[in-house]
Ligand binder design. Structure first.
Ligand SMILES: O=C(O)CCC(=O)C(=O)O
Ligand SMILES: [Fe+2]
Length: 369
């Protein structure tokens, strides 16, 4: 037996720093774990209950063993992805002052354009090497008010560039097709956990959604700072669309502390992963797996994660079905509050973050919206 590992990987999860040992095969504590990301066909997502149960079985295995899977055979218009990335690339190619018209400090929810070096998701003082523009649930955007109901107290959240309407059109075209798929996936996750198909519906009436278009310029191979620091997602689940022709950059941490590459795969439109809220609801039956981005390909990279989280006022806690003798592994979480903590703690220069610091407002009093 080789001696205990000397190296560790650290990352943020649920607002706390986690350290994980890196173990080589043969070392004490080494466990069998995944070495690749499963690829799953979703051709039967609208099939019979029997077909959906079968699909859920495959999805469940991936969520238990890996926390990540590729979704292929997703029914989307043929040019949707190419058109969406054309718009995203054109947005990031705009002069800085035009992008800054959508600056994220203007949005109470930290939505909008985040220039290079203004955010950090990790544990150290280094800056992430990327720029991004985020939008999310905002029922005041007419494109999202498809139910004709605006939840009481809703304030505008999104922040659009003033001189590039194509971004809004393009992202909403994407949202219009991807949101319904996310809702179907929510039902598959319920089946995969042996619950009734609608088990999660009541906590996702007005889900917190987020789309973040990301641009990672190439980084030097010897550059230590990742494009996106190791993290788990504070979502129920996430569907990342990696630009189809882009080079490998996304990496997923396995149980032995080894980074497994998750490159874009032909025909698999989404790289999906479980987020913290679903990990909690399943009492860690499903794993919210840590991942990071290192763009050492020498080429620019664009990606578009779609985050799907429960209603801000939902309380997520381990469901009775999954509480064994060990009891619940997590305390209950008020979704909006957890979400705001994760967002503001990693965006210390946002006016809302400065405000709560200046006025010493305790985290218990921070709220979503
Ligand atoms: O860019 C990617 O492929 C992943 C992005 C991601 O993990 C995130 O934004 O949470
Ligand atoms: Fe992520």
């Amino acid at each position: 037996m080789v001696s205990a590992p000397a190296r560790y990987i650290s990352y943020m999860s649920g607002g706390v720093e986690i350290r994980r040992p890196i173990r080589e095969e043969g070392q004490e504590g080494w466990v069998p774990t995944f070495e690749e990301i499963p690829v799953i066909s979703f051709k039967d997502i609208d099939g019979t209950l029997q077909e959906r149960m079968k699909l859920a079985g495959v999805v469940g295995r991936a969520c238990r063993d890996v926390g990540f899977f590729y979704a292929k055979d997703v029914d989307l218009p043929p040019t949707l992805i190419a058109d969406t990335f054309k718009v995203i690339e054109s947005f990031f190619a705009l002069p800085e002052e035009e992008k800054m018209t959508a600056h994220w400090h203007k949005s109470p929810a930290c939505r909008g354009y985040e220039p290079f070096s203004e955010s950090r998701l990790g544990t150290d003082a280094t800056k992430d090497i990327r720029e991004s523009i985020s939008i999310g649930d905002d029922y005041l955007d007419e494109e999202q008010n498809y139910r004709g109901v605006i939840p009481p107290g809703t304030r505008p959240q999104n922040c659009w560039p003033t001189s590039f309407p194509r971004l809004r059109e393009g992202l909403y075209e994407y949202y219009r097709h991807v949101y319904p798929f996310a809702r179907k996936l929510l039902r598959i996750f319920a089946l995969a956990l042996g619950l009734s198909e609608d088990a999660f519906e009541s906590q996702h009436k007005f889900p917190i959604t987020g789309m973040r278009a990301l641009h990672y310029p190439p980084q030097e191979p010897e550059e230590d700072t990742p494009g996106l620091n190791p993290h788990s997602d504070f979502s129920f689940f996430t569907m990342v669309c990696q630009e189809p022709d882009s080079k490998p950059a996304l990496e997923v941490l396995n149980l032995n502390g080894k980074w497994i590459s998750a490159p874009p795969i032909q025909g698999a439109v989404f790289t999906c992963n479980i987020g913290d809220f679903l990990e909690v609801a399943s009492n860690h039956v499903f794993t919210s797996t840590v991942h990071r981005v290192y763009n050492r390909s020498g080429e620019r990279r664009w990606s578009l994660p779609f985050f799907f989280s429960p209603d801000p006022d939902a309380v997520i806690q381990p469901l009775p079905n999954f509480i064994g003798e060990e009891g619940p592994k997590f305390p209950p979480m008020l979704v909006g509050q957890h979400y705001v903590r994760r967002v503001l703690n990693s965006r210390i220069h946002h006016p809302s973050a400065k405000f709560v610091r200046k006025h010493n407002i305790p985290m218990e009093k921070w709220h979503y919206g």
